[in-house]
Design a protein around this ligand. Structure first.
Ligand SMILES: [Mg+2]
Length: 338
């Protein structure tokens, strides 16, 4: 069964293809398993292409054929592979994290707070709130103002809190700006700088390493994981964009093998995919702070959050499957018979 939904965002989300104000997608149900496809322009196929692929998957005779139907549609493949993993985990009466992990998964995953572009004072105030809420790591969005102003913001947060600080430029800088920024931010003591240069510039990113650790995110939309691992100290893995939690887990293990730190995050997905990403992160041994505190970006959701953030961590649901119970029938903003 395929059901559509549309969830308004609390605030518009800036993406490579412009601002979006709601997240639209589909739930895919088969053999008692439930998966979510929430495409995001610039990262996955379009909403229409996703719906077509899910329709083909629904008509497929078995799980392998259903997955094959989504080969060119990562968000659709995410839904189908998650539904399959959820169905078999429920059959085995184990959590999705248990089903994914080689040994025992973590029972909680540390997560980072996110602070958008703001003045020095507002940035420090937001970071202090995050520290008060129990977060150990904060990600500051940079790149919207002069490099010197961003460095000042980061320095001020380092001075005012004990938080580990990450800076995410979303590809905003030129090579010259990135060189100056990474040198200065290395001195300030950031954990890493995320996507300082545009997605295509792998060589430029490789050159920046040394003055500071470099994390790559958007570059995964342009290059295979193996290529990105040659140019980064950390990779930001979005299961929806990679075609499923199974593929994201393969990428995380390949990253570890290459000495690159995997960070699991979402494309601001709804409860089913977000919680699946929590299970995935828990299955990666000793995973660092992940970008999974994203429920707050949605104004409404598909279900009660089974993995809310508390004290800068997310507890992994330990019931069978991913543990998200979505009521039967119509979904918020959805049409029946999608
Ligand atoms: Mg990023």
């Amino acid at each position: 069964m395929i059901r559509s939904f549309a969830l308004p965002l609390a605030d518009p989300l800036a993406t490579a293809r412009g601002a979006v104000d709601r997240r639209e997608g589909f739930l895919f149900q088969r053999d008692g398993g439930l998966g979510e496809a929430t495409p995001l322009p610039g990262w996955t196929e379009s909403l229409r292409a996703c719906e077509r692929a899910l329709g083909d998957a629904e008509r497929a005779d078995d799980w392998p054929d259903a997955l094959d139907a989504c080969e060119d549609a990562p968000a659709a493949r995410h839904a189908v592979s998650l539904a399959g993993l959820d169905a078999s985990a429920r059959d085995a009466d184990e959590s999705l994290a248990d089903a994914l992990a080689d040994g025992d998964p973590a029972d909680a995953v540390p997560v980072n707070a996110t602070v958008g572009d703001a003045s020095v004072e507002e940035t420090v105030a937001a970071a202090e709130r995050a520290a008060d809420e129990g977060f150990g790591t904060v990600k500051l969005k940079v790149g919207a103002r002069e490099v010197s102003a961003d460095v000042e913001r980061v320095q001020a947060v380092r001075d005012a809190t004990d938080l580990a600080v990450r800076a995410d430029a979303n590809g905003a800088w030129t090579r010259e700006q990135a060189h100056d920024a990474c040198y200065a931010l290395g001195h300030v003591g950031v954990e890493y700088v995320e996507q300082p240069l545009p997605a295509h510039d792998l060589a430029g990113h490789a050159d920046l390493r040394g003055s500071v650790d470099v994390a790559l995110d958007e570059s995964l939309t342009e290059y295979p994981v193996a290529d990105v691992l040659t140019a980064a100290d950390a990779v930001v893995l979005k299961p929806m964009a990679l075609g499923g939690v199974d593929r994201a887990r393969d990428a995380a293990l390949a990253a570890r093998e290459a000495g690159v730190e995997p960070v699991v995050t979402t494309t601001v997905d709804a409860a089913v995919a977000r919680t699946a990403a929590v299970h995935l992160a828990a299955s990666v041994p000793d995973v660092g702070a992940c970008g999974l505190a994203t429920a707050r970006f949605l104004e409404t959701d598909l279900a009660a959050d089974p993995a809310p953030v508390a004290d800068g961590r997310v507890r992994v649901p330990d019931g069978p499957g991913h543990g998200v119970d979505v009521a039967s029938g119509g979904l918020p903003g959805g049409t029946t018979d999608a």
